[in-house]
Design a protein around this ligand. Structure first.
Ligand SMILES: [Zn+2]
Length: 229
């Protein structure tokens, strides 16, 4: 009789709390594991838009259905409104990379203020509200952060560079650096404008090789807006 009561009590306890506890624990582990398994990369492109290279890059991103973030030089955006529109229409994200790519280290307070005010105005005229700012060369002066805050923006740097702007590099070297240096969650900084000796063409060629490899490894590509959520 006592044994029967004991067995019933154990069964009640098992179904009431022990089993559900283990069930929720295992579910939690699954969610956590799934989160870790999700592999993401953030492709970002500085120094454009460029009338020659940016459309080729957009074709490549379209081919693989990848969204990226373009940190634009406002002056170049103003010169290429059709490309800016295409970038928007194809679901990419646009950030700011100064008005004319001057190094903030050597700029006065009034120029820094002009740099932000003028570039934001140009982007707004193009129908783009910019929330993320990447300083040219990553350089700031003591007024840069004030301007970033004043305009309710956020400063974004990078985790991975592949020195794709260099005139003596090759697409293979760039691709190799990209694959070796990128890991889950990396913000990758590349260039679709400026650069020496047709540099962006090597960047695009490097991506033609790297993207299928990343895709095979299970990487997904997100835009900067997804980063801080
Ligand atoms: Zn730049």
């Amino acid at each position: 009789m006592l044994l029967k009561i004991m067995i019933i009590l154990v069964l009640i306890l098992l179904s009431y709390s022990i089993l559900p506890t283990y069930y929720y624990k295992s579910q939690h582990k699954l969610t956590k594991k799934n989160k870790q398994v999700a592999k993401v990369l953030y492709l970002t492109f500085d120094d454009g838009p460029d009338e020659k290279y940016t459309p080729c890059l957009l074709d490549l991103l379209k081919k693989y259905n990848i969204k990226a973030t373009f940190f634009m030089v406002a002056k170049f955006a103003k010169e290429n409104p059709i490309i800016v529109n295409r970038i928007k229409e194809e679901g990419h994200y646009i950030g700011l990379h100064s008005v004319e790519h001057k190094n903030a280290l050597f700029q006065s307070r009034s120029y820094t203020s002009y740099d932000f005010g003028e570039s934001i105005k140009i982007m707004e005229e193009l129908g783009v509200s910019v929330k993320y700012y990447r300083p040219p060369w990553g350089h700031c002066n003591i007024f840069t952060n004030k301007e970033v805050k004043k305009h309710n923006m956020r400063k974004v740097l990078w985790d991975v560079m592949a020195q794709d702007w260099k005139e003596n590099t090759t697409s293979d070297i760039i691709c190799d650096k990209l694959l070796r240096r990128s890991k889950n969650g990396s913000i990758i900084c590349l260039h679709d404008g400026r650069g020496k000796n047709e540099a962006p063409s090597r960047t695009i060629k490097a991506l033609e090789k790297a993207i299928p490899i990343w895709k095979k490894e299970g990487y997904e590509f997100l835009i900067m807006e997804d980063y801080y959520e």
